[in-house]
Write a protein of this length. Structure first.
Length: 71
């Protein structure tokens, strides 16, 4: 993703967050919990992607689902 595309995406996400906050009738403390949950899930996904290859090497199952099969 290029810089211009990234800035456009960021602006769209901010607009969406503002719409959600304005139209959800949630207080700041109520609104923060789902948002923090999403942030945590994204962080966990990013961390997993960094170690995915190592995890797959030690996994007894291949991506095709067949136990013991070699790709």
């Amino acid at each position: 993703m290029q810089g211009k595309q990234l800035r456009k995406l960021e602006a769209e996400l901010w607009r969406a967050a503002d719409q959600l906050r304005a139209n959800s009738k949630l207080t700041a403390s109520e609104y923060s919990m789902p948002v923090l949950g999403l942030i945590f899930l994204r962080h966990a996904y990013n961390r997993f992607q960094k170690v995915k290859a190592a995890v797959e090497k030690t996994c007894p199952y291949t991506p095709s689902g067949a136990a013991g099969a070699q790709p």
